[in-house]
Design a protein around this ligand. Structure first.
Ligand code: SF4
Length: 575
């Protein structure tokens, strides 16, 4: 258990034991508590005072399946508040297997200088000059680094968007095949990495010094039961492997909650062309892969490999949110164009959600026609070229809206909403508005609780019960993000016995009792730290609101608006 602190100003590297105040924390709990404690809330997010923290989940590097989440935290240049963005791939397991609890990147390299941070098989870190890789896109960079360092490395890097400090820049990380297709997309953390002068983090994957388990027998027994539950569940055990998250396109569109043409409508007439079912059909016909293991220790395999008509690789892990942002949101029913846009965003280092919504806002403002997938591809290429329109798109929807003086901009705290329209699922209005992260679906996904089709019991058009559902889910998700379990493996903890298995594993790792109260306390502590940081950064309850389009424009075909009052929004965090 150790922290590695890397200071890019001084070019120094220091290893320290994990301080007592952070004992037992991992993932989001650790990044958020550390950022709140060590980063001045009013600092320039792209300046030397900000810190970029990489922390594997508390259960990463253990025998538990689907624990590949790496939390990355910093002050966000997109929202101006705290940010945690987590990503799968191989980095969390690689760091945890070297007993690295957190890598904390501080300071700032001289302007224009870039470095690699290399962590070898003994867990020793060193800075290497990355000058010759300046400006490289992520796929070419990873290919070069793999040639140089071998294929047993996990590579986490930025592309041109991060180097340009664009606020929709992502941090990309390699999957099990060594492709940089997994993204910590949200919040512009790629720009923070770029501002530090860090081009890539290269971590040895064959480490064997993971933290010892206090009770390995107890841990393995609970981990086995957990994996059994994940396999037995229809969604995680069957549907996700076949269709991935793209399975959501049809049901969300059917209930009119699929934001279309910059959220002017809730249903997309070409949804069947970009659905999970159609994507699987196309991939199979062309000889790609509908099922693909994207992340270490995964038993769900929700990823895929999308190929072109000649069977040539286009992109990997084409997922629901991207299919929406580059599909319905911009009125584009051409799945090949969606796949190309997904690849370009990974390659340039851009969040697909913010980028798609930025394009949608530009189209809504009349810059290009809705539905023009080729125009969208050209706009994303402009980002890498650093042109004026490219910079606008790369800075996300709010920047585009300001430029075109267009006020239909679906962002909360500066970050775009995701693929569930809050007018058709009121609980998502609460999550989008109140999450310290800004518009974010994973922070408190209450879609299942709102849709009868998913077993939900809430009236999705009513405010009743929505605040409670969002609050409880936000607390729960803050804890899930802290232990590092993939969202899609939550079937393993959905039942009382399942979540009890997670408590058992946390206790069996730490050697200290852990139960329901501790789980809630971990989630609550995380949210409190995040909210405190945001308050100190100048956020008030006025920032816990949605743009007026959601309150004033009825969404066809359900023709509903958001009905959650300001008072209800303000009652979300009652702790
Ligand atoms: S289910 Fe998907 S996102 Fe989750 S660990 Fe597996 S491949 Fe990664």
């Amino acid at each position: 258990m150790k922290f590695i602190r890397v200071n890019l100003t001084a070019k120094s590297i220091e290893t320290q034991d994990v301080p007592q105040e952070y004992a037992g924390l991992g993932g989001r709990a650790l990044t958020s508590c550390l950022i709140n404690s060590e980063v001045p809330a009013a600092c320039d997010p792209l300046g030397a005072e900000n810190k970029l923290v990489f922390a594997p989940g508390y259960l990463s590097g253990t025998p538990l399946v689907n624990t590949s989440r790496l939390s990355i935290g910093a002050k966000s240049p997109l929202t101006g508040g705290i940010k945690e963005s987590n990503v799968g791939g191989t980095a969390a397991a690689a760091l945890a297997n070297l007993a690295i609890t957190a890598l904390i990147v501080e300071g700032q390299a001289a302007e224009g200088a870039y470095y690699f941070l290399n962590v070898d098989g003994d867990g020793e870190a060193s800075l290497l000059d990355a000058g010759e890789c300046k400006g490289m896109r992520t796929y070419a960079l990873v290919e070069k680094l793999t040639e140089e360092f071998g294929d047993k490395k996990s590579i986490t890097c930025i592309g041109p968007a991060g180097e340009l400090h664009l606020t929709a820049a992502s941090i990309q990380t390699t999957d099990l095949d060594g492709r940089p297709c997994r993204a910590a997309g949200r919040g512009g953390l790629g720009a923070v990495m770029g501002s530090k002068g860090l081009k890539a983090l290269i971590v040895e994957r064959s480490g064997k010094s993971a933290d010892a388990l206090a009770d390995a027998g107890e841990f393995k027994e609970a981990a086995k039961a957990y994996a059994k539950a994940v396999r037995a569940d229809e969604f995680s055990g069957e549907i996700m492997g076949e269709l991935g998250t793209a399975a959501f396109v049809e049901p969300i569109n059917a209930v009119g909650a699929f934001p279309t043409r910059n959220a002017r409508e809730g249903q997309f007439e070409h949804a069947s062309k970009i659905s999970g079912e159609n994507m699987a059909k196309i991939i199979k016909e062309r000889g790609g892969k509908t099922t693909h293991k994207g992340c270490a220790q995964c038993i769900i395999d929700c990823s895929n490999e999308y190929v072109d008509a000649d069977g040539k690789y286009v992109t990997s892990s084409l997922e629901y949110e991207t299919i929406w942002s580059m599909g319905g949101m911009i009125g584009n029913g051409d799945l090949d164009a969606v796949a190309r846009l997904d690849f370009l965003c990974d390659d340039i280092g851009l969040d697909t959600i913010s980028t798609g919504v930025a394009i949608a806002v530009a189209m809504d403002a009349g810059y290009k026609e809705f539905g023009d997938g080729q125009a969208a591809i050209a706009m994303v290429e402009e980002v890498a070229a650093g042109t004026e329109i490219g910079k606008l798109i790369g800075n996300g929807p709010a920047a585009v809206g300001r430029h075109f003086k267009h006020d239909r901009v679906p962002v909360m705290k500066g970050q775009s909403m995701a693929a569930y329209d809050p007018r058709a699922i009121q609980g998502m209005a609460v999550t989008y508005a109140t999450s310290p992260m800004g518009g974010d679906h994973t922070a408190g996904w209450v879609v299942d609780q709102n849709l009868e089709e998913f077993g939900g019991t809430l009236d999705r058009f009513s405010a009743e019960g929505q605040v409670e559902a969002s609050r409880d889910t936000q607390i729960h998700m803050a804890a899930v993000d802290s232990v590092g379990i993939c969202d899609f493996a939550q079937s393993g903890l959905a039942s009382p016995e399942g979540i009890a298995n997670v408590y058992k594993m946390v206790a069996a790792k730490s050697g200290k009792p852990f139960g329901e109260e501790d789980w809630t306390a971990m989630g609550t502590r995380t949210l409190k730290a995040e909210r405190e940081f945001n308050r100190n950064a100048g956020f008030t309850s006025k920032d816990d609101r949605l743009p007026k389009m959601f309150y004033e424009e009825p969404l066809p075909p359900t023709n509903k608006v958001v009905v959650i009052s300001d008072e209800q929004m303000d009652s979300t965090f009652d702790f």
